[in-house]
Design a protein. Structure first.
Lengths: 193, 193
DNA sequence: CGAAAATTTGACATGACTCAACTGGAGTGG
DNA sequence: CCACTCCAGTTGAGTCATGTCAAATTTTCG
């Protein structure tokens, strides 16, 4: 069931059969329907979620009551409120399935235990963290150096299939502008074509 | 010489005297004058830099030729273009000393070697990465959910001493607006007081 | 002290937002 | 199978936050 997760780990570290079995024992499987939540604001984030299929979004409710998406996760990515998960403190975030989604997830206690049993997983998660960090720095650069229009085109070019898959209002939120503005950009674009 | 670095590591993992000596052997010390560079765009990032004293900034040159600061590092923080460092490919970034700065740094080769000799450093760097990732996600949230004015007050409140220490044009760049606008905010603020 | 750099100030321009009305599909139920 | 509703997406008018640019002032540092 967790073959995809194990394969993902094997890209970065070696695991023998026994270690694979240990890893597998520490994870659980969950199938989420569209709009199911794995985390709601005020709760402690109960797991670190590896996405097998589907798509999750992490969002926050702003002062004005709007949903602001900070992060999407798709197949092969990890999703969690790491701060809440790590410190076991209440989160400000929501994590919700955008579409029908399958995850492998690990609890905090199992995460700690697994790291002790298989220390080289620290290397795997170090690399995962580094990839996630670099991606966020790139996104920040996109915000600091480029207009909303450029952000849209850049994202569109980088993830053309993903853009098709999600509702536009979510894309607009993620890219930091309004659905109305996105509409305008698309209209402009289609004239050019 | 690297006591501060070792102490920092000891906050997260145990190291015996022999291991401390090995760590020390893999790092080098460098003293940077104000405006010295440790990385310029086009070069491969040659080190992962732990800041002992002082302050470094990481910036990029935008299409319009302006410097856009993406990241500051102060005492106790790591600084590098991790992507360039890791893959040993040319970087788009500049890393420069904002003030006289002392660093402990490690080359890519030594980094690899050290991880093999002392695998538990993977845990230390996993935690460092996680802290850095969480900080960047928070900053992204600040951009997505708050106005320039709110970003300024929020940063001012979080790092009052640091704000005093750096030129305002750098602060403005880091927070994503113009020096002129920052001036305006300060003027508004001082009326309130 | 003098030159260069940083900051302030003000006039004007514009990117992007708000809000409301309209359009068009996708379900749902009679 | 049609009418109704509901939600996503589009469009447009008016507005505001923030940018641009240039001049004036202050600070820093050789």
């Amino acid at each position: 069931m967790f073959k995809y997760l194990l394969d993902h780990m094997l890209r970065y570290i070696d695991l023998d059969e026994e270690e694979k079995a240990i890893v597998t024992n520490h994870f659980k499987y969950k199938k989420l329907s569209k709009k199911d939540y794995v985390l709601k604001s005020g709760d402690v984030c109960q797991g670190n979620y590896f996405i097998l299929t589907g798509c999750l979004r992490l969002y926050v409710i702003t002062n004005s009551g709007a949903e602001q998406i900070l992060h999407f996760g798709i197949s092969g990515w990890w999703m969690s409120d790491l701060d809440s998960f790590d410190k076991q403190l209440p989160s400000d975030y929501y994590i919700q399935a955008v579409e029908c989604t399958e995850v492998a997830f690990i609890s905090k206690a199992n995460y700690e235990a697994l790291m002790i049993k298989i220390p080289k997983l620290n290397k795997y998660f170090r690399i995962m963290m580094q990839i996630a960090y670099t991606a966020k720095l790139k996104k920040l650069e996109l915000f600091l150096c480029h207009t909303a229009e450029e952000r849209y085109h850049s994202f569109n070019k980088a993830f053309p299939d993903f853009v098709q898959r999600i509702p536009q209002y979510m894309l607009a939120s993620f890219l930091g502008f309004t659905p109305g503005f996105l509409s305008l950009l698309r209209a402009k674009r289609s004239k050019v074509d």
